[in-house]
Design a protein around this ligand. Structure first.
Ligand code: SAM
Length: 188
């Protein structure tokens, strides 16, 4: 069986995954909360479209992804990105390192506690990914990739929730996608 890295490398070598897309709307919603300077982690950054937007806002960004092919494309688009090819489940950062953590379309619940540790007090966590409603349009999608309704808002209920929404979106896609979107501030 192919490793996750090999499967993602294959995907990024196809047309479907290698197109750059505009930064996600949620980042524009979050931008008034960004500090003027600081360090950002983009967990599972893919080809770096979101990370590049944070760079353009004057922030330093570290992107981590398991796919070397994706990271090569990210570096080509944005040479100033700091990139680590590795498994988010194995990587560790020092506590209170980041001003912002991005986590788009890579659901790994076991990382949520680490996100708390790695963020500085009052740091921002920005998460967006699919929920169970996606099964209506894509029944074959693995259960592990899907949030339960309100799961994110409940998981981060002790944080300051600056924005939360669940709903259908056609952003950066021809197909409707049901997503949960969260912007939350770590308790100071
Ligand atoms: C659906 S893509 C999302 C990419 C990007 N966050 C975005 O929103 O465009 C999922 C990404 O997770 C990465 N990935 C999968 N498993 C991973 C792991 N264990 N550690 C780090 N990255 C992983 C894949 O290589 C892929 O780039």
């Amino acid at each position: 069986m192919k490793s996750d890295a090999a499967r993602w490398n294959d995907r990024y070598q196809t047309q479907k995954y290698n197109n750059n897309h505009p930064p996600r709307e949620l980042l524009r919603t979050a931008s008034p909360f960004f500090p003027q300077a600081g360090l950002v982690l983009d967990a599972a950054c893919g080809i770096g479209s979101n990370a590049s937007f944070l760079l353009s806002q004057g922030l330093n960004v570290i992107g981590v992804d398991i796919s070397l092919v994706a990271l090569q494309q990210a570096k080509k688009q944005s040479p100033s990105l700091n990139l680590i090819c590795g498994d988010m489940n194995a990587i560790r950062f020092t506590k209170n390192s980041f001003n912002i953590i991005l986590n788009f379309f890579y659901l790994q619940r076991s990382l949520w506690g680490s996100f708390y540790d790695w963020l500085k007090p009052a740091g921002l966590l920005i998460i967006e990914t699919f929920t169970q409603e996606m099964k209506q349009v894509k029944p074959e999608i693995p259960e592990d990739f899907l949030l339960f309704p309100q799961e994110l808002s409940q998981a981060f209920s002790t944080w300051e929730i600056l924005y939360y929404q669940e709903g259908w979106s056609t952003e950066n896609s021809n197909h409707p996608r049901y997503v949960a979107s969260l912007i939350a501030r770590k308790p100071a």
